[in-house]
Ligand binder design. Structure first.
Ligand SMILES: *Cc1c(COP(=O)(O)O)cnc(C)c1O
Length: 716
């Protein structure tokens, strides 16, 4: 919670360990991770790879011994040197290309961030994207500042009962052991901001998180000034209660702007990652009105340096609030804007509807709008055309920037070594260079296969160990232990399906014909196993039923223990899964998966994607780097499900299984390895976060910053 007491414990020769522990830089740099692991392997594991916790728990004697251990000191010095070089880098990509914009700040608002499990303030893909985004911005030297929430009770661990029902075990975050520090004024006082909610005032305290060179500021309402009810406002993410949800979004958007102001940060570009933060745009209008500008003029000023990214076409992901609710919370606010009720509500109204849409508000108030894959961009233009009735669908001003993943976070260390050896030491700098990645074809087959098998064994042993722990510690039944994956076999073709259990992801699609599935998985000479993982939102009964269906199949002896459901999908488990599967499966209902990123993580580790042609795969599939379910054309829901299930079975039976089991004299599946290499070389450069962040900078931030500075119109 505060670095100083920790730092005070440290012997001088290793005095900067606390600083390293409080910068999540360590989490994507092997020098950082390795250093903490070397300090004490057992405690490191016990602390769930959280260095702050490790330094709190470690006995003083152990620290003194480390401070006198020459080999540890050598490792320490090397890590500190790498860290300092990283932090002071003034030859970063951004500084080199956009030096003139050096003193700009881009404010990035997101309701969740997945950076590392030691800071569990995320639910799923949106958070992973935001976390990866901050890390890559740091790597590239982009002057980004993040705004989000501290959710001290937001995180649940998933257990599944013997009957397949998801149970949530909430983890109360231990602030002492989290890599956060209070944001304080120059006089050392805790910084706070006030936000009016209905007729009361809520206070928000600020925590700071260091993500390399990027600072992330998190809001926390659990402070004395607030009523017990308001103290819980920021306790959990994505509450289902509409009124609480609105309150949270007011805090995020309006509070977020105020936080930047008390911190003395003056952003030149404002980016709302999803509509949750759209009130940020209104608050900036209010500031201008307060300074004496009239509303019409103020509202014209905001869009030119405002960026809005929409992440999902699914209605539940696009927040709307009833006009009544909005009226309760905003009637004073619209007075302060000198607006009447109707004009205000119009800002978020979807034509013909009587609710206030955060997506509509954001689309109206940002000149820079994008979806997150080429296909999703097209879907957005269609979906939101009613906002631009005067233009043709193709001309609706919403573009796309396809999502990507942060390579150092998701690449297995063993694969990293392989890339260093066969592609070059500079692979990190060349992440987004397609020519460079063509060299993946030169990796010797034996070595790639050996590395892959090693990662697959690690995955299976991790899964077995997790089920063993549940068996010994929690009294689960033997049936549950087997269902959790105790019978998995590293020799068998292994398919992974891990994602949130919500309707459109169609986890149960492969159960359409269970007899056919049984024949596939139980084939004597060429068996297949499938590992499922994923949580459901606690309020999503339907999602829980989907988990239950999978669980029942996994538990059924008919399937021979070849289908497993691994509990508690999180970033940590995700790393094992995307490192060690043979195939990554994705079966969303077409046009509903805006991008998806887990398949990208798998591909960069050489795991081919087997997916509906939706989201990123629509542009990623090249005919040789994985498999496509369907042809990318939509048809009515029921027949689409049947067709896609049929395509899934057929591709497995006719292409995937035979290719996997076809071996040469040395036991190598050469045809399969070719697909792996094709996946690496075509997918890494195109779907890394580096390519993504550069695109946001080049296509939006730079122009938006120039618009803000010179007040030129953005699209000229
Ligand atoms: C990558 C990731 C996701 C997002 O994956 P999708 O393919 O978009 O479903 C969700 N949760 C975790 C823990 C992840 O690591």
């Amino acid at each position: 919670m505060d670095m100083r007491p920790l730092a005070a414990r440290l012997p001088a020769p290793i005095g900067r360990l606390a600083e390293l522990a409080y910068n999540l830089w360590w989490s994507w740099h092997p020098e950082g991770r390795g250093l903490f692991r070397s300090l004490d392997r057992v405690l490191w594991k016990g602390a769930h790879h959280n260095p702050v916790k490790l330094l709190e728990d470690i006995p003083l004697q152990r620290l003194l011994a480390a401070a006198a251990d020459i080999s540890f000191l050598k490792e320490y010095d090397a890590a500190v040197k790498t860290f300092d070089a990283y932090m002071s880098q003034n030859s970063s990509w951004f500084a080199t290309h956009y030096g003139i914009l050096d003193r700009q700040t881009i404010a990035y608002f997101s309701a969740e961030y997945a950076i590392h499990n030691s800071l569990p303030i995320y639910a799923g893909g949106l958070g992973v994207l935001a976390g990866d985004y901050c890390k890559e911005a740091s790597d590239l030297g982009v002057p980004l500042v993040g705004i989000g929430f501290m959710y001290p009770q937001g995180y649940f661990h998933q257990h599944v009962s013997a009957d397949g029902w998801q149970e949530e075990l909430y983890e109360h975050l231990n602030f002492e052991g989290a890599p956060i520090s209070p944001a304080v004024s120059s006089q050392g006082e805790r910084l706070k901001v006030a936000i009016e909610l209905d007729s009361r005032t809520v206070w928000v305290a600020i925590w700071k998180v260091n993500i390399g060179r990027v600072n992330l500021f998190l809001m926390d309402t659990d402070i004395e000034e607030n009523s017990p009810q308001d103290r819980r406002l920021s306790a959990r993410l994505y509450v289902s209660d509409r009124e609480k949800r609105l309150q949270q979004e007011i805090l995020l958007g309006i509070g977020g702007v105020r936080i930047l102001r008390v911190l003395g940060i003056e952003p030149t570009v404002w980016h709302a990652n999803e509509g949750h933060a759209a009130f940020m745009m209104l608050e900036r209008v209010r500031e201008l009105v307060e300074k004496g500008m009239n509303f019409a003029e103020a509202v014209r000023r905001i869009p030119s340096n405002t960026v809005f990214t929409t992440h999902t076409p699914v209605p539940a992901g696009n927040d709307t609030f009833s006009f009544d609710l909005i009226e309760n919370y905003f009637h004073r606010y619209w007075e302060s804007l000198s607006l009447d009720k109707d004009t205000f509500l119009e800002l978020g109204r979807i034509k013909g509807e009587t609710s206030f849409s955060m997506t509509v508000l954001a689309l109206r108030m940002a000149d820079w709008r994008n979806g997150v894959s080429i296909l999703h961009g097209k879907t957005c233009r269609k979906m939101w055309q009613s906002l631009w009735p005067e233009v043709k669908e193709d001309d609706v001003p919403i573009t796309s920037v396809t999502n990507g993943v942060h390579i150092p976070t998701w690449l297995a260390p063993d694969m990293r070594n392989l890339y260093r050896k066969y592609l070059g030491k500079d692979w990190r700098e060349k992440q987004d260079d397609p020519d460079f990645w063509k060299r993946a074809m030169d990796i010797p087959d034996e070595e790639l296969w050996k590395t892959h098998l090693w990662l697959k064994r690690k995955l299976i042993s991790f899964v077995c160990d997790r089920s063993r722990r549940r068996w010994t510690e929690d009294n689960v039944t033997p049936g549950q232990v087997l269902t959790m994956g105790a019978l998995l076999d590293p020799e068998v073709l292994t398919i992974g399906f891990a994602r949130r259990f919500t309707d459109y992801k169609r986890a149960t699609l492969i159960l359409k014909d269970t007899q056919r599935l049984e024949r596939i998985v139980k084939n004597q000479s060429r068996p297949v196993q499938i590992i499922f993982a994923g949580k459901s939102h606690p309020a999503d009964e339907h999602g829980k039923h989907l988990i239950q269906q999978i669980y029942h199949i996994a538990k059924d002896p008919m399937f021979g223990g070849r289908i497993a459901f691994v509990e508690d999908y999180d970033m940590h488990l995700a790393r094992y899964l995307v490192h060690g599967m043979d195939v990554w499966l994705n079966t969303p209902r077409l046009l509903q998966e805006a991008s998806g990123t887990s398949g990208q993580k798998a591909a960069l580790n050489g795991i081919p994607h087997f997916s509906v042609l939706d989201g990123w795969w629509h542009e990623g599939y090249n005919g040789a780097n994985g498999w496509a379910i369907g042809n990318g054309q939509t048809s009515p829901v029921a027949s689409q499900d049947d067709q896609d299930a049929e395509a899934f079975y057929r591709l497995l039976e006719e292409e995937i299984v035979p290719l996997y089991y076809e071996r040469d004299w040395n036991g190598l599946p050469c045809g399969w390895i070719r697909v792996m290499k094709e996946a690496i070389s075509s997918i890494v450069p195109a779907f890394c976060a580096r390519r993504m962040v550069k695109e946001y900078v080049e296509r939006m931030y730079v122009k938006a910053a120039q618009a803000a500075e010179g007040m030129t119109t953005p699209h000229d």
